[in-house]
Design a protein. Structure first.
Length: 291
């Protein structure tokens, strides 16, 4: 575990293994701890770089909201990877981390060898819907600051989006809650103000320009994101969608073994082919995988 300062912001990074670099970006309320089980597999063949995003884990949580906007976060990660001599890299992002990885791929395509997105989206296309979501997220940010992290985590883990996580073992759910509680109120609130779906740049119009191989993953029980990812797969030229049965938003937790196999296969295949295309896939192909 190492700390780096980029643009006067201290980043916490966990790095393991050697080989082609793989960048891992966690979701909202997460941290590098999200990826510990997967890192143990990936490090056998790759140089794994897990990053705590601003306001999360052990990366600093500055009071200035501008430091959390996607443009600033992408610039910071680009500077970090240049300092680490880790470009181009394979990228994996979950939920909020997937939205950031997608934005990064649109802005810095030469830094991205391949892209794996789990339960991600290109933002909200309709202007009125985007404004309404931003208002909702700003109100939630105020609630976090007023009530504290514990009350917020109680609310967050009981959202319908995470209903399927009740299938997880008590040990896993306890570890997930503990990880969430380690974040600060300032970091979580400002992450909502700077990186939420309501305020992020809309990327639907950029999808057709992506040239790298893209693997999309969604849990079959997370119907909203299955629909979003089907629409994404139809627009991204070199993409494939995996819909995972008996899983919701957090496929990496709810189908951990299968998820690990998919990630390893994708990054291994794209490494062999130089990151130029997605082997055995056609535009918009969709597969359903079970254990």
């Amino acid at each position: 575990m190492t700390h780096y300062t980029i643009n006067n912001l201290g980043y916490h990074v966990e790095e393991r293994g050697t080989g082609n670099p793989v960048v891992l970006l966690h979701g909202f309320t997460g941290s590098t701890e999200t990826w510990r089980p997967l890192m143990s597999e990936l490090e056998k063949g790759f140089r794994v770089i897990a990053i705590d995003l601003p306001g999360h884990g052990q990366t600093e949580a500055p009071p200035n909201v501008d430091r959390y906007r996607m443009e600033a976060v992408a610039d910071g990660i680009a500077g970090l990877l240049e300092q680490l001599d880790a470009v181009p890299a394979h990228w994996l992002g979950y939920s909020m981390g997937g939205r950031i990885a997608l934005y990064f791929a649109c802005r810095f395509p030469l830094f991205v060898r391949s892209l794996l997105l789990e339960s991600a989206s290109p933002g909200i296309l309709d202007t009125d819907d985007r404004v309404a979501r931003a208002k909702q997220d700003f109100e939630l940010a105020q609630r976090i600051e007023q009530e504290g992290v514990t009350h917020f985590v109680d609310y967050w883990q009981n959202l319908p989006l995470f209903d399927t996580q009740q299938r997880l073992s008590e040990e896993t759910r306890t570890a997930l809650r503990t990880q969430r509680l380690r974040n600060s109120a300032t970091g979580l609130a400002n992450s909502l103000r700077g990186m939420s779906t309501g305020v992020q740049p809309e990327l639907w119009s950029e999808l057709s320009n992506l040239g790298m191989p893209v693997q999309l993953i969604a849990g079959k029980d997370d119907r909203k994101f299955v629909d979003i990812n089907r629409r994404m797969a139809a627009k991204i030229p070199n993409s494939r969608l995996m819909v995972i049965p008996n899983s919701g938003h957090a496929v990496h937790l709810e189908a951990a073994g299968l998820y690990s196999d998919l990630v390893l296969d994708f990054f291994s295949d794209t490494s062999k082919h130089g990151g130029q295309h997605l082997p055995n896939a056609k535009k918009g192909n969709e597969y359903e995988r079970g254990d």
